[in-house]
Ligand binder design. Structure first.
Ligand code: C5P
Length: 214
């Protein structure tokens, strides 16, 4: 099977030396890519900047901004049977990119932001993806309810939800504790390493449709 995975943060440039980003380490997405590659699948890992080593055997597509990631996904998702969106994509980008470094002048600098495209939310309609679609939901409250809303809105087969208000798991941590949210039920997976959870997530995704015979 060919599997597309997005991972890591995006960087939204403000001027040639500055950007807006987030604390995503990319560990969950890279663990998924490593797990999928280890059991013989072809993996396209589309990743924002991280400090991680590229898992062996993976086709790696480095990107910076959400717009770059959108293009990278849109041109490749058609060849994939499963897509897992683990990237922490910035929801907004600076409305204007200053081609020269912004100088300090006034005491207050105001920056306007505009919405980025929702890559996962575009997979079904704009990109016409018909394979298995898995999203992530990082929430600080109403975990299951917010994840279920995302599942419906973005037309996923299931959403991997985790509570990012906890400092011991999730963002930038080696461990996670997750809830797999399906249209008709939810399945909690207790705290474990991202590597172990990656295997469970992958197994859950691969169970949804029969493997092609080839
Ligand atoms: O709406 P929210 O950002 O919470 O949704 C999270 C899910 O959507 C994740 O799977 C993330 O990778 C994906 N996403 C995306 N493009 C965006 C925002 C989120 O693919 N612009």
């Amino acid at each position: 099977m060919t599997i597309l995975i997005t991972a890591g943060p995006t960087r939204e440039p403000l001027d040639p030396v500055r950007y807006l980003s987030n604390r995503s380490s990319g560990k969950m997405g890279y663990a998924l890519a490593a797990a999928a590659s280890a059991i013989g699948h072809r993996v396209l890992l589309i990743s924002g900047p991280t400090n991680l080593d590229i898992p062996s055997g993976v086709d790696f597509v480095p990107v910076e901004s959400a717009a770059d990631m959108y293009q990278a996904v849109a041109t490749r998702i058609g060849k994939c049977e499963l897509a897992i969106f683990a990237a922490a994509v910035a929801d907004y980008r600076p409305a204007n990119f200053a081609s020269d470094k912004i100088k300090k002048t006034d005491d207050v600098l105001t920056v306007d932001f505009v919405r980025n495209p929702d890559i996962l939310g575009s997979a079904r309609k704009e990109m016409g993806f018909e394979g298995i679609l898995v999203g992530f939901a990082a929430e600080t409250q109403n975990l299951e309810e917010n994840a279920r809303h995302k599942l419906t809105r973005k037309k996923c087969d299931f959403v991997v939800a985790n509570d990012v208000s906890r400092r011991d798991i999730g963002f930038d941590s080696n461990d996670n504790e997750i809830l797999l949210v399906y249209p008709d039920h939810s399945q909690p997976l207790p705290r474990d390493s991202k590597e172990h959870l990656a295997h469970h997530i992958l197994e859950a995704a691969l169970k949804l449709r029969p493997l092609p015979s080839s």
